[in-house]
Design a protein around this ligand. Sequence first.
Ligand SMILES: *[C@@H]1O[C@H](CO)[C@@H](O)[C@H](O)[C@H]1NC(C)=O
Ligand SMILES: *[C@@H]1O[C@H](CO)[C@@H](O)[C@H](O)[C@H]1NC(C)=O
Ligand SMILES: *[C@@H]1O[C@H](CO)[C@@H](O)[C@H](O)[C@H]1NC(C)=O
Ligand SMILES: *[C@@H]1O[C@H](CO)[C@@H](O)[C@H](O)[C@H]1NC(C)=O
Ligand SMILES: *[C@@H]1O[C@H](CO)[C@@H](O)[C@H](O)[C@H]1NC(C)=O
Ligand SMILES: *[C@@H]1O[C@H](CO)[C@@H](O)[C@H](O)[C@H]1NC(C)=O
Ligand SMILES: *[C@@H]1O[C@H](CO)[C@@H](O)[C@H](O)[C@H]1NC(C)=O
Length: 470
Amino acid sequence: MILIILYFLFTKSWSISVFDYCKISNDVYYLTISNILVIDDVQKISHVTKDSICLNNATNGLIFNFRNKKNKLWDLSMNLDHLNEINWHIKKSKIIQVIFKNTIGFALENNSLSIKQKNYILSASFVEPNLAFYQNELYIKTCNDITNLASLLNTVNFYLLELSRVVLKRPICPLIFLNSSIRLLFIWPVYDTFYLRNKLVFLDLDMEINCHIRELYVNKPIKLKINENFLNKKVFKYIEKITLLGYIDEIKEDLLSGFKNLKSLIFDAENFRFLAHRTSLRWLNAFNTEVNIDPNDFGQIRQNFEQLISIIFSFTNFTFINNTFPEVDFCLYLNFPFERMIFILFNNFPLTRDDNPQITCTAIWLIHKPAFYSIQYDLRKIFQNTTLYNSYLNCEFEKKMALCWQNKNWQNLSGFSRSHIEYICFFLIQVFSFGLIPIVSCISMTLNWIIFYVISKLVRKNNFKIKKLF
Ligand SMILES: *[C@@H]1O[C@H](CO)[C@@H](O)[C@H](O)[C@H]1NC(C)=O
Ligand SMILES: *[C@@H]1O[C@H](CO)[C@@H](O)[C@H](O)[C@H]1NC(C)=O
Ligand SMILES: *[C@@H]1O[C@H](CO)[C@@H](O)[C@H](O)[C@H]1NC(C)=O
Ligand SMILES: *[C@@H]1O[C@H](CO)[C@@H](O)[C@H](O)[C@H]1NC(C)=O
Ligand SMILES: *[C@@H]1O[C@H](CO)[C@@H](O)[C@H](O)[C@H]1NC(C)=O
Ligand SMILES: *[C@@H]1O[C@H](CO)[C@@H](O)[C@H](O)[C@H]1NC(C)=O
Ligand SMILES: *[C@@H]1O[C@H](CO)[C@@H](O)[C@H](O)[C@H]1NC(C)=O
C-alpha cells in the first residue's frame, strides 16, 4: 500500500518537476512549475535574454539555480549585470534569488577592480558548499595567505546568505568577510559532535574587517558549543539578533559581552530548559553590564528602553510554557538580571491579555515586569487589578524566594526533547552509513575465509575419497 502511494507520489512529482521544462539552450532550462531557471554553467547566463520565449510565463518567484557542472571555483566572472537585468525584467525587484549547487570552493581575486560598487542584492542559498577559499589558485590556510581581496562574498549585498550542510576542512579566516554586508546569515543543520563537525569555525584576527551581519539564524544545531571560534567577535561585530533553534550545548560565559548591537536572542522553548540547567544561565552574567536600573520603576525602564535586550521564546504546538518553565525551576531564575534591562518575552503569548491560559509561577516571575510595564504604558491601564497581577500575588514570591538555596547544582536534568531524538537518529544513521561498510566487509571476509576453509577441506576430503576410489 505504502509502496503504491510512494510510487504515485514519485511518478507524479517526477512528471511535474522534470518533464515540464522549457529548453533555452544546451545548459539552460526553465522549469515551468517550480519557476526555476536551471543554469549548468555560470557563463551560460548570457544565453538567457529578456525576451526568451520560455520566460513568458515566469513569475515573481523566479529562482536562478546554478549547478556548476564544470566543477569550477566560484569567482566573479559571473555577469551580475545581466543577471540583474533579467531578474528586474521579470520580478521588478532588486533582490536576485539564487541557489548555488556543487560549490567546490571560492576564488578570491586580488583584483578588486572587477566589481567596483555593491549594486547587487543576492538572496543566495549554497547547498552543501565546500567553504574552501583560494587566491591565485593557492588554497588559503591562514590569514597571511590573503592579500587584497574581492570575492562574491564582499562585492554583492546579501539579503540572505543561506549555508546548508557546509563542508569545512579548515577554520575560516575572518578576512574573507572583509567589507561584506549580510542581512541574514542562515546556517543549518550545524553538527558539533566529536565524530562530525560542520559548524563555522573562524581563525583569530586582530584587524577590524568591517563586516555587517545583522542577523544570525541557526536552525537544527546538534550539540552546538557557542564560543568565540563560532561567534567570532570581528565577523559578528554588528550582529543585532541571534536565533538558535535546536540543541545548544553551551554558550561560553562572558562571550556575549563583546556584541554591542545585539538586542535579541531567540530560543526554542523545547530545548531551552536543558540549556538553562546545563549552564545555570551564567552566559547572561556578562551581558549588558553597563546598564543598572531599578526594574520596579517603570520610569527608569522607559528612559533606558534603548538598552533593552529581549530574550524571546518560540513556542510551537508541541511546546508549552508550563513545561519550559515548570514550578520546580523557580530558583534557577530567581536572580534573573531584570536590572540590566534583560527581559523575557514569549511569542504567541500576548502579555497583556486577560484571557491568557494559566501559567506557572516561574513563567509569571519571568514575564511580570515587561507585562506590567506594557499594561501601564501601552494600554494605559492600572496593572494592579489585572488577572496577571492577581496570579502574581497568588504565587507569593516572597515565600518562594526564601526557599531557594544558593549554589544549587542544576545539572541533573534528564529527559528528552525532540532534538535529542533527532540527534540519536542522526547518530545511528551515521553509524550505519560509515560503520556498516567496514562491519559488512569484515563479516563477508570472515565468511569468505570460512567458505574457503570448508571448501578446501571438502576438496581435500573429496580428493582423499577420489584417491581411495582409485
Ligand atoms: C504560458 O502559459 C500559457 C497558458 O497557460 C500556455 O499556453 C503557454 O504555452 C505558456 N508558454 C510557455 C512558454 O510555457
Ligand atoms: C595577484 O597577485 C599576484 C602576486 O601577488 C600577481 O602576480 C598577480 O598579477 C595579481 N593579479 C591581479 C589580477 O592583480
Ligand atoms: C573595504 O572598505 C574600505 C573602506 O571602505 C576600502 O578602503 C577597501 O578598499 C575595501 N576593501 C575591499 C577589498 O573591498
Ligand atoms: C498549530 O495549531 C494551530 C491551531 O490549532 C493550527 O492552525 C496549526 O496548523 C498548527 N501548526 C502545526 C505546525 O501543527
Ligand atoms: C500550567 O500551570 C498552571 C499553574 O501551575 C496551571 O494552573 C495550568 O493548568 C497549567 N496549564 C497546563 C496546560 O498544563
Ligand atoms: C478592581 O476590580 C474590582 C472588581 O472588578 C473593582 O471593583 C475595583 O474598582 C477595581 N480597582 C481598581 C483600582 O481598578
Ligand atoms: C535533581 O536534584 C534535586 C536535589 O539534588 C532533586 O530534588 C531532583 O529531583 C533532581 N532532579 C532530577 C531530574 O533528577
